[in-house]
Design a protein around this ligand. Sequence first.
Ligand code: AMP
Length: 302
Amino acid sequence: MRTVHTITQLRAELVPARRDGRSIGLVPTMGAFHDGHLSLMRAAREACDVVVVSLFVNPTQFNDPRDLELYPRDQRRDGELAAERGVDLLFTPEPGELYPAGFATTISVSGVTGELEGRHRGRSHFEGVATVVAKLLNIAGPDVAFFGQKDAQQAVVIRRMVADLDLPVEIRTCPTVRAADGLALSSRNVLLTNAQRAQATCLYGALRAVAAAVDGGEHDPQTALAAGRMELEQAGIEPEYLALVAADTLVPVAAVEGDLLVLVAAPVGATRLIDNLPIRAPRLGRSHADPEVATLSRAPTR
Ligand code: AMP
């Protein structure tokens, strides 16, 4: 694995791959690697000839300066883990490399950024994310870029940007990697005390409670969400949001049906955590007499 710090170096390293028609995979990260990051590297390694990982704690997406200051950093360990996972190139630019003096352009994706993280972290958060990801895509020119379902709204925002700007890259979203007790892995988890770490499992508990209500046939989103809110309350956690939305548009649903996402954000002590769970609910207004549903429950009759 080669570690490069400048845009010129990274582009030069990728010239032979591009010339030979080898596929390039990009995994954008902010470092402090855990198994979630490593799963994206594994997916990239399986799908692409050349794997590039970017490690950049992007200051423009932090709405809270203290969060940026406390964000865990361990570049040496990250380098070792990436090398073990067969990464070819680790791109670790300084802020001045990506945002030189005079930098004045921002990419703003509207619609899907308005609620959830966009509302709670402010407009600048997804502007920071979209702008840095657009830059990384332009710098590395990957065929495929890999993102985690853990940051579900981020993945939707990036897909929107890539579609709207006709960026020639395929976006793949990989499943959320969790600890044995269900807590979604996050670089921020190291900031939790033991007691907070135990308390934090209620986020996944809340998502599961909402999913269980939906599985149990609940059609009313508010009733399904109430089951999740109870889990959080019992653990003494006050969420910033717990929402049930359409998976593609992130718009809250009036009825529980189709491809949905239940999302949660909550502070656990001083650490803000997010998580989500995709849920597939049956379409309403279809009885078992419907041919599409009936075929699932009937043995072939020939
Ligand atoms: P970050 O370093 O937090 O910006 O994350 C880099 C990438 O890893 C993003 O695409 C995240 O969605 C993804 N990621 C973070 N945590 C997980 C996880 N637990 N499972 C899967 N992907 C993750």
